[in-house]
Design a protein around this ligand. Structure first.
Ligand code: PLP
Length: 396
């Protein structure tokens, strides 16, 4: 028996040994190109760079159209606007997600309704989605969370049956493919975030993809003060639909350039992450009561913002296990927790259809971020850490 590092024992590895990859990635060639673009002064308003990235990114997700924006919250808001979601409508969102998924619904005046997640994938459960449907339901936002994808096949089948629009929140799912086709291209709109920590990052940024020309036009109008893509500045020829609220949510050409450079390297990065996740899965299998978030059922390429490591409290105890592992040198941290507990939504105004899995995962699933999945040399150390914590779990 040895003393756990959280109680003053010697950690399996010294603090700081398990370094995360430098993020976001930088390189000199991109810096030169950014400088060139800066000097050209072509920074906004449908720049060639922005249009090129929209086309590249949409193609990479097997979608016809891409509309680049300022971040991955306004992309969700514009997706809702483009699909005609309005005050009085209900939009079903998973109980476990980042607050932006539900906030976007409130921004368009609609009402988020919280449905449970699947205990294996941690993404929206099709069964729970079905139960949450009411006469007011107009849209659902499955979130492809951390290292898994929501079951698109099941969710789309239910949505089509009830005439409910589907917006895939792919903030975590850059490069993911479901049954060979890009995440984001399955629903009516796919929404992506390029915020600093994401697997494609320009500090801030986002994009919507769609296969429908009318939706693409409305997405564009929603983010660019009602103009269509063909309109010149100051010369809008056709108005947006009556009462459609339009914004200035434009993105920057420099962001598009940085993202375009990173996009080329994404498949290689995801392959490394997949290998790491598979090896981690093999390690945790050796211990009772712990598992890795299941990848999407039909994920042919799994995207990874990170992975969830899920502990059974009957074996590992009910105290917060994250710091116990972090002290030994394995940096796993809390996930978002149930989104309806956030002060913005923690009111009787919002329907919560019962989310016991979101509650369980909020307490017992811990997140390893993707920047730590670039270190295969750490895998034997992780195995040692699991061994030590498991053997000494009575101290937790
Ligand atoms: C699941 C999810 N949806 C939406 C967003 C919003 O993206 P952004 O921060 O770019 O607005 C995030 C951001 O972390 C997210 O994790």
């Amino acid at each position: 028996m040895s003393v756990l590092a959280i109680h003053g024992g010697t950690p399996v590895i010294a603090p700081g040994t398990y370094q995360r990859a430098a993020w976001p990635p930088t390189d000199e060639e991109t810096a030169e190109l950014v400088k060139e673009l800066y000097l050209s002064g072509k920074w906004s308003f449908n720049s060639e760079m922005e249009q090129a990235f929209e086309a590249e990114f949409a193609a990479s997700c097997d979608a016809k159209y891409g509309v680049f924006m300022a971040n991955g919250t306004v992309t969700l808001e514009c997706a809702l606007l483009s699909l005609g979601i309005k005050p009085g409508d209900e939009v079903i969102v998973p109980g476990l997600t980042w607050m932006a998924t539900a906030m976007a619904v409130i921004y368009v005046g609609a009402t988020p309704v919280f449905a449970d997640v699947d205990k294996d994938t941690c993404c929206l459960s099709a069964e729970s989605f079905q139960k949450a449907i009411s006469a007011k339901t107009r849209a659902v936002i499955p979130v492809h969370l951390y290292g898994s994808m929501a079951d698109l096949e099941e969710i789309l089948a239910i949505a089509r049956q009830h005439d409910i629009a589907v917006i895939e929140d792919c903030a975590h799912m850059q490069g993911g493919k479901w049954n060979g086709r890009g995440a984001g291209s399955w629903g009516d709109v796919g929404s992506f975030s390029f915020q600093q920590s994401k697997t494609l990052s320009s500090g801030e940024g986002g994009i919507c993809v769609t296969n429908d020309a009318t939706t693409a036009d409305l997405l564009y109008r929603a983010k660019h003060i009602g103009y269509s893509r063909m309109d010149s500045q100051g010369g809008a020829k056709t108005p947006p639909p009556p009462e459609m609220i339009c914004h200035n949510y434009r993105g920057l050409a420099i962001s598009a350039l940085i993202l375009s450079r990173q996009l080329k390297k994404l498949p290689e990065r995801l392959q490394k992450y997949r290998q790491f996740a598979d090896s981690l899965c093999q390690i945790v299998k050796q211990f009772p009561g712990v598992r890795i978030q299941a990848p999407g059922r039909l994920a042919t390429t799994q995207g990874y913002y990170g992975v969830q490591v899920i502990f059974d409290p009957e074996i590992w105890g009910t105290k917060d296990i994250g710091p116990v592992f972090a002290y030994e040198g394995f940096p796993i941290f809390n996930n978002y927790g149930p989104v309806y507990k956030h002060m913005l939504f923690n009111t009787e105004k919002y329907r919560n259809c019962g989310c016991p899995n979101a509650e369980f995962l909020g307490l017992n699933a811990k997140t390893l971020l993707h920047t730590y999945m670039d270190s295969p040399d750490m895998l034997p150390v992780i195995a040692d850490i699991f061994q030590k914590v498991y053997e000494n779990r009575s101290q937790i």
